[in-house]
Design a protein around this ligand. Structure first.
Ligand code: ZN
Length: 316
């Protein structure tokens, strides 16, 4: 059988202060802090991973925190909103939590028949908490004050804002096996039936909008999930046949990656399930040690002295 794209794998964004980023996602949003490592291409900065207990594909949110980064600007050629699935009845909890903590949010609205609440993280990265039409069956990571009745389940949708959606839509349909599921004005929802969750991409066509600037508070890239290396190489061939320019397969320690710039300007990645986050730490201890890619291990003493301190994550 032909391999399929299994929805979203992870989303990677750019943050400012590392400590503030750590606090927001592990405490306010209540995600599990899965991994503390460094940027492969810039080992003087962290790379943080958040998600569910095991770091399941479709729940993984990662950040490059640069302490003094200037803010980016939302616009075309960018993933502009990250949508999480949350349980029915939980929006009031989140709204109050954001209100109490001075987090910028909008009052709940509805699109495609689903209620959602928009908020900004401390760097201005935009999120939506969405109550899906059918309850999301994934088991959430929970904390002392974010229980299973309100906790995020993982990704629901990522929204791309584009000057013209045509060529991007073709990558989704012709290469990735998505189909146009719904449309409202200039928002086009694409879906795959290969998986029941993390399976939507919304394309918003906004020809009049300015081009985005990718910096603090911007999504850096979005990654689609494949089960293994063979499936990844299959899709790499399909991208080449479509005239796109994927990178060779790259070992990212926790998954294997192929990157390409889709025609609308957004950086896409295809990432494998293998080998996963327990490759260098046991499940119970994820996120507790500073893990370095082997080519940067010789820099450990220097990096430990220079990287901003991050407290030990909460582990259940
Ligand atoms: Zn990535």
């Amino acid at each position: 059988m032909e391999p399929r794209i299994l929805g979203l794998h992870h989303v990677t964004a750019i943050a400012g202060q590392a400590r503030r980023n750590f606090d927001f996602y592990s405490q306010v949003l209540g995600l599990r802090f899965l991994k503390k490592t460094v940027n492969f291409d810039d080992p003087g900065t962290y790379h943080f991973y958040f998600g569910d207990e095991t770091g399941s594909a479709g729940t993984i949110l990662t950040f490059f925190p640069w302490e003094h980064i200037t803010p980016g600007r939302r616009g075309t050629g960018q993933a502009t909103e990250i949508g999480y699935a949350v349980p029915a009845g939980s929006l009031e909890f989140w709204l109050q939590r954001f209100e109490q903590r001075g987090i910028i949010y909008n009052k709940p609205a509805e699109k495609f028949g689903e209620q959602y609440l928009t908020f900004l993280d401390p760097d201005g990265l935009k999120f939506e908490l969405i109550v899906p039409k059918t309850a999301d069956p994934r088991t959430p990571w929970t904390t002392a004050d974010v229980g299973a009745d309100v906790a995020t389940r993982g990704f629901h949708t990522v929204t791309l804002t584009l000057a013209n959606i045509k060529a991007t839509a073709e990558v989704l349909t012709d290469v990735f096996g998505y189909r146009l599921a719904e449309q409202h004005v200039n928002r086009y929802r694409f879906a795959t039936d290969a998986v029941p969750t993390a399976n939507f991409i919304d394309l918003v066509e906004a020809p009049g909008e300015a081009r985005s600037v990718t910096a603090g508070g911007s999504v850096h890239h979005i990654a689609f999930r494949v089960p293994d290396d063979a499936a990844e190489l299959h899709f790499r061939q399909k991208l080449l046949a479509k005239g796109l320019q994927p990178t060779p397969q790259i070992d990212r320690d926790y998954f294997h990656s192929v990157y390409f710039r889709e025609p609308g300007g957004v950086l896409f990645e295809i990432a494998t399930d293998n080998p996963g986050f327990t490759v260098d730490e046991p499940l119970a201890e994820l996120g507790t040690g500073l893990k370095l890619p082997k080519q940067h291990e010789h820099l450990r003493a220097q990096l430990e002295a220079h990287l901003p301190p991050i407290p030990a994550p909460l582990v259940r």
